[in-house]
Design a protein around this ligand. Structure first.
Ligand code: DOR
Length: 454
């Protein structure tokens, strides 16, 4: 009894000092434009929330945000943090730093770790480590099948009921190819209030594939990854999700045909959502000419007309959100011959700038739209109640300040990730994340332009 009482006293005093700390971190953000709209305002941050919005607000610490745009913190539904197992390429700590510098306040860590996150022990480890680091909310994704082997379901209920409260299940990196297993996964996750995020790739059609199937792959002598391998699985899974009234999320949509399937499925009331990566919004298979494996990714870079359709679909909402598929790889796994290289690209620190370049600059999305596709929709899809919230008094101060006028040159070696495999190396990109706040605490701050940050 007394032991219990002292435990709870300790807990209470910890909570009290936590709230004192927040109170001390009273901050006034001066002259910021919310969602890039209207006149500049001041925003008072206290006790982890937006305490006031107005003009002439004062506080012990002021941040000059004239010319900056405030958006709700970004939520990434698709991040590979590589811990446990490949800490030589990324850890929960380095990935969290990269995420915060990229404007993210929540990330979903994919299950293809070693050991695989297919049980409560691993997902709880990821969850706790994310909390210890404390820069971004790290939510583990649970595997759909044991060991990602596609043979039998993982312990979905145990992961959902664990401390990590898993709400997204995915075998990403692999497709849940067996239609009966996929049906069962959808039925179980419906009961758990969760969603299956499918890596849509019919494996029989992509055996040995190295590049988008088309003229360029043929000329380069690379085995083709046909668009139909993605589209067939998305169509099948939309039919299954409708059949059992479950929610489906489609990872990294890459083809115009998939957009057609999503449009059709949504029109008939299927509970399907979808993400597109920054690299599929920006890059085409023209990149492959030099055989540089930094451009190897799964699904592969597609054609210019696919890219155009993906941008339009994101603007329209047929594709719901942007997700990075941040995939760090070791130097030896990228700087080698094309066929031996691992697929994947870094994404957390470049995502916002790529979205500005491909969507905001051409006038396809305004800042409200950026908030929708990078924060609000992903938070809704994942069922997060305290992320993707409106920038308003009383709401959590979980937000990002972006400088829309500035630009920076990407240098893989300067990024916070351990790996450096960015396809945007040496490119000047518009839009700089100046500051990220998670529940009132500054998690990233960048005053000068350049790959790194403070
Ligand atoms: O390019 C990719 N890399 N696509 C995936 O689906 C998996 C990821 C990885 O884990 O490296």
């Amino acid at each position: 009894m007394s032991e219990l009482a002292s435990e709870s006293d300790k807990h209470r005093s910890e909570l009290a000092s936590e709230s004192d700390r927040h109170r001390r971190e009273l901050l006034v953000i001066k002259g910021v434009r919310l969602y890039g709209e209207g006149d500049p305002v001041d925003m008072l941050v206290a006790d982890g929330v937006i305490a006031d919005v107005g003009t002439g607000l004062e506080g012990p610490e002021a941040v000059d945000a004239h010319g900056l745009v405030a958006l709700p913190g970004f939520v990434d539904l698709h991040t590979h943090l590589r811990e446990p197992g490949r800490e030589d390429t990324e850890t929960i700590e380095t990935g969290s730093v990269a995420a915060a510098l990229g404007g993210y306040t929540a990330v979903f860590a994919m299950a293809n770790t070693d050991p695989v996150a297919d049980n409560a022990v691993v997902v709880e480890h990821v969850w706790r480590r994310g909390r210890e680091v404390g820069l971004v909310d790290v939510h583990p994704v649970g595997a759909v099948t044991a060991g990602l082997a596609g043979q039998r379901l993982a312990e979905l209920g145990t992961m959902a009921r664990s401390e990590a409260a898993v709400r997204i299940f995915s075998d990403d990196g692999h497709c849940v190819a067996d239609p009966l297993l996929m049906r069962r996964a959808l039925e179980y996750t419906r009961g758990l209030g969760a969603v299956v995020a499918q890596h849509a790739e019919e494996p029989r059609l992509t055996a040995g594939a190295q590049a988008h199937e088309g003229e360029r792959a043929a000329r380069l002598g690379l085995a083709g990854w046909p668009a139909a391998a993605e589209e067939a699985i998305v169509a099948r899974d939309c039919l299954l999700a409708k059949q059992v009234d479950a929610r489906l999320h489609v990872c990294h949509v890459s083809t115009a045909g998939t957009v057609d399937v999503l449009r059709w499925a949504k029109a008939r009331g299927t509970k399907v959502s979808a993400e597109v990566t920054p690299h599929h919004l920006a890059l085409t298979d023209e990149r492959l000419t030099g055989y540089d494996p930094v451009n190897k990714v799964n699904p592969p870079l597609r054609t210019a007309s696919d890219v155009q359709v993906l941008r339009e679909a994101l603007a329209e909402g047929v594709v719901d959100c942007v997700a990075t598929d941040h995939a760090p790889h070791a130097e030896q796994d990228k700087n080698c011959e094309w066929s031996a290289a691992r697929p994947g690209m870094l994404g957390l620190q470049t995502a916002l700038s790529v979205v500005v370049d491909t969507m905001v600059r051409p006038g396809m999305l305004d800042w409200r739209g950026v908030a929708r596709v990078m924060s609000e929709r992903p938070a809704q899809i994942a069922g997060l109640v305290d992320q993707g919230r409106p920038l308003a008094i009383g709401e959590p101060a979980t937000l990002v300040l972006v400088d829309p006028r500035d630009s920076w040159v990407v240098r893989g070696a300067d990024l916070a990730s351990i790996a450096g495999n960015t396809p945007f190396e040496g490119m000047r990109l518009p839009g700089v994340v100046r500051m990220t706040l998670l529940r009132g605490r500054v998690t990233a701050r960048r005053s000068t332009t350049g790959g790194g940050g403070t």
